[in-house]
Design a protein around this ligand. Structure first.
Ligand code: ASP
Length: 323
């Protein structure tokens, strides 16, 4: 974000959620606690609420999405909002309409929250600067830069699995250079005081040295996951790498794929995470993805709860409720 822009309102509450960068750890913990209250046991009916009754949420996703988009839509519906999914690839944007004209059009239909995923850095802030005062903008993933609700759901999953962050060693493995998930996980975990963060990647997938300050960099997955409490796997972001079709996937799996044999190097009670979509047999074997240490589906459940928490928070902060 640029210096003169803030996603917080004057009370320090979220007006928008574009990044976890600089977010107060107390506010992050508050969102995690709030999300915890929206969870239920498998088979139970999911908690609902009326916090967003009368609100309209529009999902504008200009990149593919399964989990994030579905969970934002369910979160809005479970909180009583109207939810609109606009397929941006089929909207007037492909006819040359600017993103701001699309936003103004939907704003004229009384949309109160825009959830936006875009491949262009800076679009989220641009929109947030131009919406009406009562309107909120929430990131559903911005280029390789930021995926704040993913960072929050990852933090919640780790908190549930491990009870806290202070003594934890977290290893993030894969295409970190092109990953908004890794960047937001880094921000959340650093804010929450994680003991040690390791980033493990081949040279071309390692971020520049100015990023991930304080993290231990490692080329070898075998050395990097040794004794780790959490192993977070990432897919190769082929859409962000020119010429990536030439990546030898079998070789990549041999070098960086998480197999059961490799996982045995991590702590015996380590959990395995993956934001999805998974490329089985590339960055992770099915044996591990479906194995007892995997919390990948728990991440998905937590995703709905985190998105409910964020929506309820911004609605509360705006103070607009149905009479
Ligand atoms: N679903 C995540 C994202 O949107 C991770 C991925 O696509 O690899 O960034």
């Amino acid at each position: 974000m640029t210096q003169d822009f803030s996603q917080l309102d004057r009370n320090g509450r979220l007006r928008h959620l574009i990044t976890l960068d600089g977010l107060d750890p107390g506010l992050i913990r508050e969102l995690l606690d709030r999300a915890q209250g929206y969870l239920c046991l498998p088979g139970q009916l999911p908690p609902r609420g009326g916090d967003l009754r009368g609100w309209t949420i529009a999902n504008l996703f200009a990149e593919p999405s399964t989990r994030t988009r579905a969970s934002f839509e369910l979160a809005a519906l479970r909180l009583g909002a109207d939810s609109l999914n606009l397929d941006v690839m089929l909207s007037s944007r492909v006819k040359g309409e600017s993103i701001l004209d699309t936003i103004y059009t939907l704003q004229a239909m009384q949309v109160d929250v825009f959830v936006i995923r875009d491949a262009e850095p800076g679009i989220l802030e641009l929109v947030a600067r131009h919406v009406d005062d009562h309107v909120c903008v929430i990131s559903g993933g911005e280029a390789h830069i930021s995926h704040p609700t993913q960072g929050l759901l990852d933090a919640l999953t780790i908190q549930q699995s491990k009870g806290g962050f202070r003594d934890l060693v977290v290893a993030i493995v894969g295409d970190i250079r092109h990953s908004r998930v890794a960047r937001s996980a880094y921000r959340a975990l650093t804010a929450l005081g994680v003991a040690e963060l390791r980033i493990i990647a081949p040279e071309e997938m390692m971020p520049d040295t100015g990023e991930f300050t304080g993290a231990i960099r490692c080329r070898s997955i075998d050395a990097g996951i040794e004794g780790a409490d959490v192993v977070m796997m990432l897919r190769i972001q082929r859409e962000r790498i020119a010429g990536s079709a030439t990546t030898d996937l079998r070789h990549y799996h041999e070098q960086y794929g998480l197999t059961a044999a490799r996982l045995a190097r991590a702590d015996a009670s380590a959990v395995v995470m993956h934001p999805g979509p998974m490329n089985r047999g590339v960055e992770i074997s099915s044996e591990v993805a479906d194995g007892p240490q995997s919390v990948i589906r728990r991440q998905v459940s937590n995703g709905v709860a985190i998105r409910m928490a964020v929506l309820a928070h911004v609605a509360e902060a705006r103070g607009r409720r149905m009479p």
